[in-house]
Ligand binder design. Structure first.
Ligand code: MN
Length: 194
C-alpha cells in the first residue's frame, strides 16, 4: 500500500494551521484508530485507521452507528499523519476550517479475511473490504468498511453483529464529549500557536 502525506501537505499552510506536520512514522506496535468530530462547512466525523505509518481517513457525515442494519457513507479522504490522532483545536480559514475534537480513540485489531484466510490491512484495503475490532472508549467490537463497487472514494461503514451492536443506542447524539479533553465541540475555544 502506498502511504503518502503529499496531499495532506499540499492542502495546508503549516504557518497558519495548528494541525500536525506531515510526518510518516513506521513500526508502531499497537494500531490506533481515532474518530474526530469536525465542524467544518458541514458537520462530519473523520474516521481514521492506522495503516502503513499513516492514518487512512474517511469522512463519515452521520458518524458511526451501532445498528448493523444501518450503513453509513464514508468518503475516503487524504492520509493523515499519526500525530493527528490527538489533534483537537480550531483550524483557521483555509482547508478544513472549523473545530475538531477527538470523539473517540483507542486501538484496533485487524479481522479481515478472504475465504477464511486472514488478510493484512494493506490487502484488505486494496480489496475494498476491511474488517476490524475496535477497542475505543465509546466504540467497541467489530466494524467493516466496504468500498462501493466501481468507486474508489465511497465506502460504507457498518457495525458488525456482536454483543456491542445496539439498534436503539445512538452514541453520536448522546455522547458528545471529547475523550481527551471532555470538551464538547461548542465548548472548544482554545487558540493555538505553533
Ligand atoms: Mn474533516
Amino acid at each position: 500500500m502506498v502511504s503518502t502525506l503529499r496531499e495532506y501537505k499540499r492542502k495546508r499552510d503549516f504557518n497558519k494551521t495548528p494541525e500536525p506536520l506531515p510526518k510518516i512514522r513506521r513500526d508502531t506496535k499497537k494500531h490506533i484508530f481515532v474518530i474526530q468530530e469536525h465542524h467544518a462547512s458541514h458537520l462530519h466525523y473523520d474516521f481514521r485507521l492506522e495503516m502503513g505509518g499513516v492514518l487512512k481517513s474517511w469522512a463519515v457525515p452521520k458518524g458511526p452507528s451501532l445498528d448493523p442494519a444501518i450503513k453509513r457513507l464514508a468518503a475516503l479522504t487524504e492520509d493523515h499523519p499519526l500525530d493527528y490522532a490527538t489533534f483537537e483545536g480550531i483550524i483557521p480559514e483555509g482547508y478544513g476550517a472549523g473545530t475538531v475534537i477527538v470523539w473517540d480513540t483507542g486501538t484496533y485489531e485487524n479481522s479481515s479475511e478472504k475465504n477464511g484466510k486472514p488478510l493484512s490491512m494493506a490487502e484488505a484495503f486494496k480489496k475494498g473490504h476491511i474488517k476490524f475490532v475496535l477497542h475505543g472508549k465509546k466504540l467497541k467490537g467489530g466494524f467493516a468498511l466496504i468500498r462501493f463497487y466501481n468507486n474508489n472514494k465511497n465506502w460504507l461503514l457498518i457495525k458488525l453483529d456482536d454483543e456491542y451492536a445496539d439498534a436503539h443506542k445512538d452514541l453520536v447524539t448522546t455522547q458528545t464529549r471529547s475523550v481527551l479533553s471532555r470538551k464538547t465541540i461548542n465548548g472548544l475555544d482554545r487558540k493555538f500557536k505553533r
